[in-house]
Design a protein around this ligand. Structure first.
Ligand code: NAD
Length: 315
């Protein structure tokens, strides 16, 4: 996409220095948006920050761009970043919460330190940025920022993961953070709809340094890795670009997945069957019988996301 449909719009992209985030930054920049590449350049586990990652990515973009190199896992950084962005570019219209780290470990061995670091980076940072940005977006709506017509540009994207929807071995902290991003997305979508701001959740499947370092523990994981290596992150960027378009103004509160040229719409947990006991409390025996008769066939299987998406991607 190279037409300038996002001219005058401003996007903050956390994790925009590499992988999926960088691809999103390139796509939105090519359409004319000013970009804040918010990336501390750390290793996959969050250690060893490197400012050059965001600086290089921002410098390579075709349009106006700023690098923001502090960790986004801080309320003060989020506030400061939004203030710097509005001072520099006059507003902020799009945020993409894409920064994430990985510290895998089985749930019965997981450390508190790893839990806290992953929740802070992968979930709390998104809350900090949404909290800092939404008052600006609400005000921009009241002021009809930009065109003289009703402001209809606010877009928030939480980059999630199927690990947070299905689960995966060894990812208690990561999956919990990604599941939390789902709840945060729903609340933000509900609370911002009246200001014409959408919020959606995108689970990507894409080649990045993270797929490079998967060490397959079995044949299934080896197959998953081989497939993942063939899927460009540009497809996720392309879908993000659609969500930023006028055609997607009323697309909000949804969970999508993007794998190559496949786009998935996920359902969201709702009661699918009900059993009732009108006039007395349930006994265990009665519950066991009713669950067997009415629920059991519809139980959600204990499968991982790797097993669920064990098919050839369309690239
Ligand atoms: N690649 C996939 O197939 C895949 C699958 C599921 C989910 N995801 C999600 O997509 C997003 C991007 O993943 P990726 O594969 O491109 O990973 P990546 O590691 O290549 O990119 C993540 C970027 O986030 C930055 N980052 C991490 N912590 C930060 C912090 N505290 N402050 C600022 N920047 C920080 C890193 O420096 C890095 O550049 C992540 O949210 C990830 O969980 C990716």
């Amino acid at each position: 996409m190279t037409d300038k449909t996002l001219e005058g719009r401003v996007a903050i992209i956390t994790g925009g220095g590499r992988g999926v985030g960088r691809s999103i930054a390139e796509n939105l920049s090519a359409q004319g948006a000013a970009i804040i590449v918010a990336d501390n350049g750390g290793d996959v586990d969050g250690s060893n920050e490197d400012a050059a990652i965001a600086e290089t990515a921002a410098a390579a973009l075709p349009g106006p761009a700023l690098a923001y190199t502090k960790s986004v896992a801080s309320p003060e950084t989020a506030q400061e970043m939004v203030e710097t962005t509005t001072a520099e570019f006059g507003g902020v219209d799009i945020i993409v919460n894409c920064a994430a780290i990985l510290r895998d470990g089985l749930v019965f061995k997981g450390s508190t330190e790893d839990w806290d670091a992953v929740i802070e980076t992968n979930l709390s940072a998104a809350f900090y940025l949404i909290r800092a940005t939404t008052p600006v977006l609400r005000q921009q709506f009241k002021d009809n920022r930009g065109s003289g017509e009703a402001y209809d540009w606010g877009r928030i994207m939480n980059i999630g993961s199927t690990a947070g929807l299905y689960g995966n071995f060894g990812q208690a902290n990561y999956a919990s953070a990604k599941a939390g991003l789902f709840g945060l997305m729903r609340i933000t979508a509900l609370e911002m709809v009246r200001s014409n701001v959408t919020c959606n959740y995108i689970a990507p499947f894409a080649h990045s340094r993270v797929t490079d370092i998967i060490e397959p523990a079995n044949d299934e994981q080896a197959e998953y890795k081989a497939r993942a290596m063939r899927v460009s992150p540009d497809h996720v960027a392309n879908f993000t670009s659609y969500l930023c378009s006028p055609e997607a103004l009323d697309v909000t509160g949804q969970v999508f997945g993007v794998r190559g040229r496949e786009v998935f719409l996920f359902n969201q947990p709702r009661p699918i069957e009900t059993i009732t006991q009108a006039d007395k409390d349930w006994s265990n025996e009665e519950l066991a019988k009713a669950v067997d008769n009415n629920f059991r066939e519809q139980f959600t299987p204990l499968e991982t996301d790797l097993e669920a998406f064990n098919t050839e991607p369309i690239v």
